[in-house]
Design a protein around this ligand. Sequence first.
Ligand SMILES: Nc1ncnc2c1ncn2[C@@H]1O[C@H](COP(=O)(O)OP(=O)(O)OP(=O)(O)O)[C@@H](O)[C@H]1O
Ligand SMILES: CC(C)(CO)[C@@H](O)C(=O)[O-]
Ligand code: BAL
Length: 294
Amino acid sequence: MHIVRTVQAMRHEHEQWTGSVGFVPTMGYLHEGHLSLVRQARLENEHVVVSIFINPTQFGPQEDLGSYPRNIEHDLQLLSALGVDVVFLPAVAEMYPSGFTTYVNPEGALAEQGEGALRPGHFRGVATVVLKLFLIVQPQRIYFGQKDAQQVAVINRMISDLNLPLTLRVLSTIRESDGLAMSSRNSYLDNEERARATVVYRALKAAQMAVEFQQQTNIQKIIQAVQKVVNNEAGVQLDYIDLRDPTTFLPLETLKAPALLLIAVRVGTTRLIDNFVLHADGTWDTGTIASQIV
Ligand SMILES: Nc1ncnc2c1ncn2[C@@H]1O[C@H](COP(=O)(O)OP(=O)(O)OP(=O)(O)O)[C@@H](O)[C@H]1O
Ligand SMILES: CC(C)(CO)[C@@H](O)C(=O)[O-]
Ligand code: BAL
């Protein structure tokens, strides 16, 4: 496995290759969620590139850029064991050299509601770095997790708007055995907060059950079922619970598939997001428990 730190060295790797390139962008501190993307990329491509880059432009001034968890040595061991060809590990100055001024600015509900409303400028930073990474790595297929559903929608739109020659592959959310979606930020939680954090999955489940078993179609009633579960959990604040169109991210007034049930909470100072996907055949994609991956 090659570890590459410059744009020029990444281009040089690419020049040696024939055949398809699969690319998994990450911010590191890898877990089974990331690894599921890497495994799929390995299955579908001749060459696999993973980037590890904690992108400063997608963090707000009060956010956790400085404390974001890092463990590069461990990440490299995990990626090497999965047969990754190249890990792209640029410094901030490599991605944003002095004088950098050109940004990709996604607009509308897609980038400005949901996570975009709570994290102004977040999707501008994501879209900018992701487009740069695509141009540097030049993959045919890119792999993203459903856990960051709005990010997926923003990238999907950017691919279409900018005619990027890429296939976007979106894989299910990987969960801990108690349902908590895997996230690098789970490492911020102390034991008590970790127990409370299961409220996210329990709240989404309450909504799913209201739809599935009580045939509830009233959006307000579904949202109330979620609020009830979250409000009963001390030390947890609800940032939002929304039902949205997965492509436009516009709020849905009636329950129709496909739909995304999205939640964001704060457990202490840690922000957690999650979602369930409602399909047209009436089934839900709630993701996969990590221990069930073989
Ligand atoms: N539990 C998960 N299941 C599937 N994919 C995931 C999961 N968590 C993250 N991913 C995906 O991995 C990619 C890299 O994400 P990132 O490095 O930000 O990880 P993260 O664990 O989501 O971190 P964060 O704490 O920032 O939420 C993204 O496409 C993201 O959606
Ligand atoms: C896609 C990404 C690597 C861009 O920095 C990041 O937003 C993430 O890890 O989801
Ligand atoms: N996984 C999304 C990256 C972020 O929260 O900044």
